[in-house]
Ligand binder design. Structure first.
Ligand SMILES: NC(=O)c1ccc[n+]([C@@H]2O[C@H](COP(=O)([O-])OP(=O)(O)OC[C@H]3O[C@@H](n4cnc5c(N)ncnc54)[C@H](OP(=O)(O)O)[C@@H]3O)[C@@H](O)[C@H]2O)c1
Length: 249
């Protein structure tokens, strides 16, 4: 018996990294999965890679009007849904005196506002007993250099999750946060780590992590599965940290 047989899941930012690995695992576990992302070519490649059980719906989480379109497409294709993973996220590191209004707004538009209004839009389609997972970061609680804006944008969604866990209790919809530590995904390229620098970067990060390595997308996918499926059925309002112990350092 697969853990998600008969379930419908939507994963924002499911065309890359943690979201793609989660979509792959959810599909292997019997769910029908819709993944979103802005880049149509990357979305198409992810759908082809994951194979059956997955559809791609192009969209920008920072654009509130597109949540309405996503909901319309999910309703047409699936009718309802059981699992929503708000995973799409962006990061731009800078010391606070160098942060531009554009960089601040972009991180909050995607990581915070996009999560709030994404959940608000999708809730009418969610079956009672569903699971909402918000992908945050250990940066929300651990102070890291140059992370002030990103950390703030992620800390807010922890507060949303705790509020929603109580607001949605009558519907038995569980709301939890997944907080990764450093994970080897394409986000490293976006942070400016070149292919040449990558092995040394990964080694140096691994040396800072008690379990001795960076996280892999599959580490986060299995934690997301736990929160999504019946194994996590008595868990709501928590932050599940998946960081090899980095937040202890
Ligand atoms: N990797 C890490 O070390 C790490 C650590 C802590 C937390 N996280 C969090 O984990 C989540 C996934 O990150 P990742 O490492 O897997 O990074 P990734 O490989 O860069 O994936 C980010 C995903 O978000 C999508 N996305 C970005 N902006 C979007 C927008 N405006 N609308 C819709 N989709 C958007 C991207 O697709 P498009 O570009 O095509 O839109 C992509 O699918 C993020 O929330 C990130 O903050 C990552």
């Amino acid at each position: 018996m697969q853990a998600l047989t008969g379930k419908i899941a939507v994963i924002t930012g499911g065309n890359s990294g943690i979201g793609k690995a989660t979509a792959q695992l959810f599909a292997q576990q019997g769910a029908k999965v819709a993944i979103t992302g802005r880049r149509q070519d990357v979305l198409d490649a992810a759908v082809a890679e994951i194979g059956s059980g997955v559809v791609g719906i192009q969209g920008d989480s920072a654009d509130i009007a597109q949540h309405t379109r996503l909901v319309r497409e999910i309703r047409q294709r699936f009718g309802e849904l059981d699992i929503f993973v708000a995973n799409a996220g962006v990061i731009k590191l800078a010391p606070s005196d160098k942060v531009t209004v554009e960089d601040y707004d972009h991180q909050f538009d995607v990581n915070t506002r996009g999560v709030f209004f994404g959940v608000q839009a999708i809730l009418p389609l969610m079956r009672d007993g569903g699971s909402i997972i918000l992908v945050s970061s250990i940066a929300a609680t651990k102070t890291l250099d140059n992370h002030a804006v990103y950390a703030g944008s992620k800390a807010a969604i922890g507060a949303f999750a705790r509020a929603w866990a109580l607001e949605l209790k009558a519907r038995k919809i569980r709301v939890n946060v997944l907080s990764p530590g450093p994970v080897e995904t394409p986000i490293l390229d976006k942070l400016g780590v070149t292919a040449k620098e990558r092995p040394d970067f990964v080694k140096a990060m691994g040396d800072m992590i008690p379990l001795g390595r960076m996280g892999l997308p599959a580490d986060l996918a299995s934690a997301a599965l736990f929160l999504a499926c019946d194994a996590g059925s008595f868990i709501t309002g928590i932050e599940l940290t998946v960081d090899g112990g980095m937040s202890l350092t």
